[in-house]
Structures are given as structure tokens and as C-alpha cells.
Write a protein of this length. Sequence first.
Length: 306
Amino acid sequence: MMASIQSRSVAMIGLGSMGLGMAKSLLGAGHIVSGYDVTPAAIDALSRAGGRAGANPADAASGADIVIVVVVNAAQTETVLFGASGVVSAMPKGSVIISCATMAPDAAKSLAQRCAEQGLLYLDAPMSGGAARAGTGELTFMASGTPDAFAAARPALDAMAGKVYELGDEAGIGASFKIVNQLLAGVHIAAACEAITFASKLGLDIAKVYEVITASAGNSWMFENRVPHILDGDYSPKSAVNIFTKDLGIVSDIGRSETFPLPIAASALQLFLMTAAAGMGRDDDSSPARMIAQITGIDLPPAKEH
């Protein structure tokens, strides 16, 4: 598609399954997109889609109106922003950073303040929806920031989002909403893995269990989405176990600092940690089912190579 009058120069830092899909949505909306990733194959994929490959984050962000940072955590976000070849040094004053990593609210507030000191806008905008919705421009963003940050980010958000929740006028609020979401997501995946392996232990046809539960009150979005990975033996990482050791770890840290009990989230965290310790940290986050199967001796569909 040719760039329209409303097109913007957008840089995407982080071209994994989410970032690449988001970049393609931006290109499809007529924006001029550059990008960078530490993985050469990801940069090549952006180039094939019509984007410009940057030599490093600063090169990708040079002259960009909007820089979107889709990395794993606060530490990586800080490096992308302020490290060697960081984007902050290359961005025009008044341009906006859309920060999408799941992080503690205090980390988001700190990054926003440091960006403001450099004359840059910062939108705290973690998202949900998965790789498929990233590629179709239907993500949900849980965003907070100043009115100016929202206004500057809007052209990119319109291309990437099915829904944008405007949750407050300061960074950290969006991060807090995402942490609540991740508590539930992690608990629901853990429960799905426990339930489907328990069904196997009871001698049930787990494909039939999936059919029945998805039509019953015990269903959840995560059960419906993740159990097919187990049925197919496909543990290639759509979302990895280590994502939830990180995110539920943040939940745990906040609970401890607030003297707030989180017993169910803590149990889910331990299940993901056990799975990571068993060597499956980089595998799909449905892998706790495999770990349970291994220690209990039950049979699941064999895992495919990936």
C-alpha cells in the first residue's frame, strides 16, 4: 500500500512474533516502518514485508515520529532506550515512545520520567491478544500517559489495535492493568495444564475432554487456546514458559512489597519455575503439562521436534 497523507515514520524495536506482526499491520495501514531485532532472520522478515532494516535501535529510530518497543522486560526496554545505540539519542524532540513490555509499574514511571527529561513523550502501553491478532491489527492495549502522548501515538495505535483502553494520564497505570491480566493468564494456563493431565490420569480421552470442557462452565480462554498445543504435541513457543516465570515473578514481588497475599499466583509461579528447571523454559507455556506428565508417568501425545 502506498503511504497516505496521514502516514507516519514508525520504528519497531523487537521483531519477534508480536513485533513483526505489529510492524506488518503498520505497513498495511500505509505507515513508513523501520525496525531492529537482535535476530537477523527477524530483520530479514521485516525487509521482505516492505520495512527498512536498521543496523541498531538508534539507526532504526532515526527521524521516527513514533518508536514502539516490544521487548521482554524493563531491563531490555531501558537498554533499547538509553543503552549504547539507544533510540532516545536518535529521536526528534516531541516524538513518542510506545513501550509494550510487561514490567512493574514503578519501572514504567521511571522510564517515562527519564524520557520526559529528554523532551520525549512516553506511552505505557502493554498489550494482549497474541501473535495472530498482532498480524491483523486487533490487539488490546492497556495504555496510560499524558494526553500529548496518546495524541502522538494514535496513528500507530489505530493500525495495531482492536481496542485501546485509555487508563490514566501517567505511566504505570497501564503496567498495573497488564500485571493483573498476567496474574490471571498464568493461573489459567497452570490450571488448564493441571486439569488436562488430571483427565489423562483418570483414563479419559483428553481430546474429548477438550470438546466437553470448552462447551462447559469450566472453560477459560487459556484452556481453549493452549490445550490444543498439548493435544498436537506442539510446544514450539507461541508464548514461552519463561514469560510467565518473569511476569508471575513481578506479581509476586509486588505482592511481597505490598504485604498482599497471592497464594494462587504463587502456586502457578512454582509450576512454571519447575517447568523451566526441567529444561523447558523456552518452550511453549503449555509445557507445564509435559512436566506434570513426566513426574507422574502419564501419557500425553508425543512432543514434536521444533
